[in-house]
Design a protein around this ligand. Structure first.
Ligand code: ADP
Ligand code: MG
Length: 238
């Protein structure tokens, strides 16, 4: 069984490497090089064709590129970062024992909960552990679960509180950082909080930054947190 899995993963890695981000347009999730658990999760959630921002962002992010993705509310940005999070950890054979693999920052508790629900839906056939860190529970209660999580969805203030106060919270295994609704994160005054969080994280990582609007504050944040990023944006047809 092991050998078969190795071969499957090798062939998936090869197909991701072969993605041509310049020419090929992936219209359907079935045409993308995705793992079976993700493909099954998308199918079970009735997602078939990619939205425009997903078409532009997912091929790049699967290959490990940092991106700044801008597209209006409702354009499907959540899957544009959740799919690469699941896939890039899966292809690294990430397991419960490997610690924190991805951190997703969202400006509000409500939005964090929405992201978490989508993650549970499309990630249902994966074995990753995932948690919400948005306050509302005691710090101690959250703290006990933190160390066992592979993927965390959190609000900036609560995350920084744990980084500062939870001694056993290890972030040096982190592979991916996602900043969702970066414009709102900035508008809500979280700039220094996000800067401090990024300070705690390994420099060697992939960062995905998504925003509904392109503002000066967002490009400042991008400059600080992204490395050789691709800028992808979707404009409304006139
Ligand atoms: P955004 O974060 O850009 O505001 P969301 O990720 O919340 O957008 O998605 C908006 C809506 O579009 C959600 O109801 C989501 O389920 C739906 N959606 C996202 N991607 C697809 C897709 N590829 N096919 C069909 N519906 C989708
Ligand atoms: Mg969103």
């Amino acid at each position: 069984k092991r050998k078969r899995e190795d071969e499957d993963l090798d062939s998936l890695n090869q197909r991701v490497q072969d993605i041509n981000v310049k020419e090929i347009e992936y219209e359907t999730f079935a045409s993308l090089p995705l793992s079976q658990p993700t493909a099954d999760g998308l199918h079970a959630s009735h997602f078939k064709t990619l939205t425009d921002i997903q078409k532009k962002a997912i091929p790049l992010t699967l290959k490990g590129t940092d991106i700044l993705g801008a597209a209006k509310t409702g354009s499907g940005k959540t899957l544009a970062f959740l799919i690469p999070v699941l896939e890039n950890l899966y292809r690294r054979r990430w397991t419960e024992l490997d610690g924190l693999g991805a951190l997703i920052l969202s400006p509000t508790r409500e939005l964090a909960i929405q992201i978490f629900e989508v993650l549970r839906k499309i990630g249902r056939y994966h074995t990753f552990s995932a948690g919400l860190v948005i306050g509302g529970k005691s710090l101690q209660e959250e703290r006990e679960r933190l160390g066992r999580m592979n993927i965390l969805v959190c609000t900036p203030g609560r995350m920084l509180q744990h980084m500062d106060q939870t001694a056993a919270f290890e972030t040096d295994t982190l592979q991916m950082l996602v900043l969702d609704e970066a414009d709102r994160i900035m508008d809500m005054g979280f700039q220094s909080t996000v800067d401090a969080i990024v300070e705690h994280l390994p420099k060697e990582r992939q960062t995905l930054l998504f925003s509904a609007t392109q503002t000066k504050k967002v490009s400042d944040l991008a400059r600080l947190s992204l490395r050789d990023p691709e800028y992808v944006s979707v404009h409304e047809a006139a």
